[in-house]
Design a protein around this ligand. Structure first.
Ligand SMILES: CC(C)(COP(=O)(O)OP(=O)(O)OC[C@H]1O[C@@H](n2cnc3c(N)ncnc32)[C@H](O)[C@@H]1OP(=O)(O)O)[C@@H](O)C(=O)NCCC(=O)NCCS
Length: 182
């Protein structure tokens, strides 16, 4: 691969001071389950169930092979010393032009800037490594921690607040929509 060719596929590797973002892979399921099996996390996400069982993590990891890497890129957040501490990355929806950034960090590691470090690096890569010109995001209105992460990463509010179904809560929750332009 030449230096200018976008590094899509299993070769993605995004390095920051403390973290490496790399594709979710076989063997990650137990660490993902240990981190995400927390209502304070899944209740802030759209597509994660509650309770979140080991089988849900295994199904998530197993789904990686079928992903279209030109449209979505789930990435493990691996701490250089602590191992997998969360998941970030981009997912696609059929009716939206741009990928959407998402993330969670295991509770033991909150408040140390890891989500901010991961989100900012992922956005830079989305443009420079993946060739995207814009990225969407959104957060439930009460999720002030995620709001800070997204604003610090350079996301802007579109002014749209729309209901988004949360699988874990079993109901739609108002979500503030954001956009990042490369
Ligand atoms: C949101 C989440 C990823 C943040 O992870 P983190 O590694 O602790 O985040 P960071 O340390 O990088 O930064 C968090 C920011 O939110 C702020 N914050 C944290 N808790 C807060 C709260 N209850 N109210 C207001 N701000 C808060 C922090 O002060 C920090 O902002 P600052 O740098 O300006 O001080 C983590 O809490 C999480 O996984 N939550 C559940 C899943 C989720 O919400 N995902 C995003 C869906 S849109």
């Amino acid at each position: 691969m030449s230096a200018n060719e976008p590094s899509i596929g299993p070769s993605v590797r995004i390095e920051t001071d403390r973290l490496v973002l790399r594709p979710v892979q076989a063997g990650d399921a137990s660490a993902i389950h240990a981190g995400i099996n927390d209502y304070a996390i899944v209740s802030m996400l759209a597509n994660a169930p509650w309770p979140y069982g080991p089988g849900d993590a295994e199904a998530f990891v197993a789904s990686m092979e079928a992903r279209d890497r030109t449209r979505e890129q789930p990435l493990a957040i691996e701490h250089r010393r602590h191992g997998l501490i969360g998941v970030t990355g981009f997912h696609a929806s059929q009716d939206e032009a741009f990928p959407e950034l998402g993330y969670w960090v295991a509770r033991d590691h909150w408040g140390q800037g890891y989500a901010s470090e991961a989100a900012s690096a992922a956005l830079v890569w989305a443009h420079e490594g993946w060739g995207k010109r814009a990225v969407r995001a959104g957060h439930f209105v009460e999720n002030t921690a995620s709001a800070r992460v997204l604003v610090k990463a350079g996301m802007l509010y579109t002014g749209v607040v729309a209901p988004l179904y949360s699988k874990a809560r079993g109901e739609a929750v108002p979500s503030r929509k954001m956009i990042w332009l490369a």
